[in-house]
Design a binder for this molecule. Structure first.
Ligand code: NDP
Length: 456
């Protein structure tokens, strides 16, 4: 692209950009999807700003700084040798050290982690904190493994990863399949290998450098985002029926915050199906779910044996249940276009994405065309990484902030993200396209930093 691009040529340039991206990254469909989602907002924005396209800023952002792939070799409880593949994608460190979670799940591929690292770059920029974008993980399945097996896997994974991370270089955290237990094993091994006690991971236990409300922050943040969007239409959570998918870290704290704000969460799910509790998943039921998932490591289907009146729907997702608001908090591409249309038909007026890229492209278009409140993941779930950033600050300064202080900072951060989306996303008719707003606001800060560095 050169100079000013006329509006009628923008689509042609976008298509050419995507052709090049697909040629260089064959078969990486999730990565293609994530990049396409961003460029649809950013290309029209930069068309009359030659400083960005003459310096190939988008092309550079869509090419990770570094991709590290390694073998992870460990021994199971029967003495068998197991081999998994580990990854760390260091996407962009223009505004701070690489930062992003580790995912342990059999579905992990290079494409999935490249999409997540790309998204993370924009998300971290939106928080206003000095954090670059990265992501990592392995195709290891912690389900059904003993604590000792998980520990041996984490230690083997860190044996290689520790060469590539550091408190000013790259600071991983948790994601799907990586919770408090795994972070403990990973941090223990890092410390053992390097003889250093530094803030190299976030999501740590409170006893060894973790921050209050880090565990809760992603789920709470997705609900705060919705609260801000509702307020922009003079509305609140009061009396609203909410669907939540997933039953892990993000989902459970989303339910807790929905309840606090006067809404009623009626579903949770896992890869086996979803439960529907029309009476609402109150604090007592939620505590039971957290214990089921984190201690017993059970399945959500067990909920209906414990709580009468609830039903389990095997192999299905919750989006068929009539609702006011929806919070996808499980995984990518968990709302298809048909499910998006079902949500709209049944009266859903707001979606806040706790998970990363949970809605398929055409589903997003359906929400935006219907002009409902739609918060994309890079805005809605940024609360987690924001509190991770605050954990890094506390580690560097060797201090601990109080829960009240951190709650205030999280709520202010989500308000700030909301307002940036409004600034860049308001359409001529007054509708706020939060997707466009998040993409452009996230882009501008990273792009301006890259321009300042010259061609490196
Ligand atoms: P957890 O591992 O704690 O929970 C994941 C939940 O999603 C589980 O209930 C799991 O069910 C379900 N799930 C996973 N894969 C699938 C699938 N293919 N189909 C249906 N259900 C599935 O992960 P988190 O709660 O931490 O993460 C959830 C989402 O939020 C992810 O997209 C993650 O990237 C995103 N996120 C997380 C952040 C964090 O701070 N933890 C920060 C920002 C984003 P099952 O047990 O059956 O696998």
């Amino acid at each position: 692209m050169s100079k000013i691009v006329p509006a009628e040529k923008v689509e042609e340039y976008q298509n050419r950009f995507m052709e090049g991206l697909k040629r260089r990254n064959p078969g990486e469909t999730e990565f293609h999807q994530a990049v396409y989602e961003v460029i649809q907002s950013v290309f029209p924005y930069i068309a009359d700003k030659p400083r960005y396209h003459e310096k190939q800023i988008l092309e550079r952002m869509a090419e990770p700084d570094r991709v590290i792939i390694f073998r992870v070799c460990w021994e199971d409880d029967e003495g068998n040798i197991r081999v998994n593949r580990g990854y760390r994608i260091q996407n962009n460190n223009a505004i701070g050290p690489y930062k992003g979670g580790l995912r342990f799940h059999p579905s992990v591929t290079l494409s999935v982690l490249k999409f997540l690292a790309f998204e993370q770059t924009f998300k971290n920029s939106l928080t206003g904190l000095p954090l670059g974008g990265g992501k990592g993980g392995a195709d290891f399945n912690p389900k059904g493994k003993s604590d000792n097996e998980v520990m041996r896997f984490c230690q083997a994974f860190m044996n290689e990863l520790h060469h590539h991370i550091g408190p000013n270089l790259d600071v991983p955290a948790g994601d799907i399949g990586v919770g408090a237990r795994e972070i403990g094993y990973l941090f223990g091994q890092y410390k053992n290998l390097t003889h250093q006690y530094v803030g190299v991971l976030t999501g740590k236990g409170l006893e060894y450098g973790g921050s209050l409300i880090r565990t809760e922050a992603t789920g709470y943040g997705a609900v705060y985002m919705m609260e801000n969007m509702l307020a922009s239409r003079n509305d609140t959570f009061e009396g609203k029926t909410c669907l939540v998918s997933g039953s892990g870290n993000v989902a459970t704290y989303a339910v807790e915050k929905i309840n606090h704000l006067g809404g009623k969460a009626v579903t949770l799910s896992d890869s086996g199906g979803y439960i529907h509790d029309p009476d609402g998943i109150d604090a007592e039921k939620l505590a039971w779910v957290v214990n089921l998932k984190n201690v017993k490591r059970g399945r959500i289907s067990e909920y209906v044996d414990e709580f009468k009146g609830a039903t389990f729907h095997a192999g299905k997702r919750p989006w068929e249940v009539p609702c006011d608001l929806a919070f996808p908090c499980a995984t990518q591409n968990e709302i298809s276009v048909d499910e998006a249309k079902t949500l709209l038909k049944n009266g859903c007026t707001g979606v806040s994405e706790g998970a990363n890229m949970p809605t398929e492209q055409d589903g997003i278009h359906a929400f935006i065309d219907a002009k409902i409140l739609f918060a994309p993941s890079k805005a809605a779930n940024a609360g987690g990484v924001a509190v991770s950033g605050l954990e890094m600050s506390q580690n560097s300064a060797r201090i601990h902030w109080s829960e009240d202080e951190l709650q205030r900072l999280l709520s202010e951060t989500m308000k700030g993200i909301h307002d940036k989306c409004v600034q860049y996303g308001r359409e001529d008719d007054g509708y706020v396209n939060y997707l466009k707003g998040a993409n452009i606001a996230g882009f501008v800060k990273v792009a301006d930093a890259m321009l300042a560095y010259g061609v490196v």
